[in-house]
Design a protein around this ligand. Structure first.
Ligand code: R5P
Length: 306
């Protein structure tokens, strides 16, 4: 049964919040967040909350832990005020890469974050291109994960023709496979080995890319090493044009330059993380598909105003 909804948002996604507010016809108000001198986070929610179906929109990009605290404190605040339900819309979900223990002594960080969400009363999640879809099982709450195809297919179709879809590593194979299937395209994989958190080696390509245009699909770019290494490997194997799609611009310092210098014809990225990125990147907005995901379950403000 649709509920009367209200959107509250972190300042880092003000543009997306206003787009969603317009698309859905619901009120949007910012989370008032600040910091104590010792670094503790503080949030305050000013508007009326009781009885509303609350949507919290926040991107968990850098500074990750500050944004995470902003989210969980906000969820607790709206629960305390009597929100009927709490949906967290997280265009970028931090900690999703740490979903398994690489060695003994490591935590299962993604699962820890999922448990915190439940503890503070978040009862539904909308995420975008989760690092691994298997992570959905870590959350006890209903989760809608919007995929690369949901976001980028129209943009890819209008900019490319006859591309080989390339996964830049074995972990991204399923994502690239889905895009290749949607395009009816051939596939290849660039094999990579991460030597340190900031360095990637590996130049082997499985699949035929000679004299072909290639489209690399990844969920995120952090240092830009994965994309630039894959681009070099594809060029060595005789690829002609290169395109790249990645959903989350995590963008460590220097990543923008590294990706720009890799010689891509076109680079598509979503606005899931509003950090600075080169003007040459084509930004694909998430608000239309997030609005579609929400539309069925909320009641717009306009319907109750006489
Ligand atoms: C790795 O598993 C991810 O899917 C990305 O390929 C990776 O996080 C990109 O990072 P970077 O830009 O630092 O190579």
């Amino acid at each position: 049964m649709p509920q009367l909804a209200k959107l509250i948002y972190g300042r880092n996604l003000e543009v997306m919040a206003l787009e969603l507010s317009q698309e859905l016809g619901i009120a949007a108000e910012p989370i008032l967040s600040s910091c104590f001198p010792d670094g503790e986070s503080k949030v305050h929610i000013a508007g009326e909350i009781e009885g509303y179906s609350l949507l919290i929109l926040l991107s968990l990009g850098n500074p990750v832990n500050d944004h995470l605290m902003e989210l969980v404190l906000t969820a607790d605040a709206v629960r305390a005020e009597g929100a009927k339900s709490v949906t967290a819309i997280l265009p970028y979900m931090a900690y999703a890469r740490q979903d398994r223990r690489d060695s003994s002594g490591d935590p299962r960080s993604a699962q820890v974050v999922a448990r915190i969400f439940t503890a503070v009363g978040i009862d539904r999640l909308i995420t975008v291109d989760l690092h691994t879809p298997a992570l959905e099982s870590a959350f006890s709450t209903p989760l809608t994960n919007l995929t690369t195809e949901d976001i980028f297919l129209p943009a890819i179709k209008s900019a490319t023709r006859d591309v080989v879809v390339v996964s830049p590593d074995a972990g991204g194979l399923k994502r690239a496979q889905s895009v290749a299937k949607a395009l009816g395209a051939e596939m290849a994989i660039a094999l990579k080995e991460r030597t340190t958190p900031k360095n990637v080696s590996g130049r082997k390509v499985l699949g035929n890319v000679r004299d072909k245009a290639c489209l690399i699909i990844d969920d995120m770019a952090s240092t830009g090493e994965t994309l630039s290494t894959a681009a070099a490997a594809l060029r060595d194997e005789g690829a002609t044009k290169l395109f790249a799609v990645f959903t989350h611009a995590v963008m460590a310092p220097g990543a923008g330059e590294k990706i720009s210098e890799a010689g891509f014809e076109k680079i598509f990225v979503s606005d899931s993380i509003p950090l600075p990125r080169p003007d040459s990147f084509t930004i694909v907005k998430l608000s239309p598909i997030i609005a579609d995901a929400l539309r069925r379950s909320i009641k717009p403000r306009e319907k109750i105003i006489p």
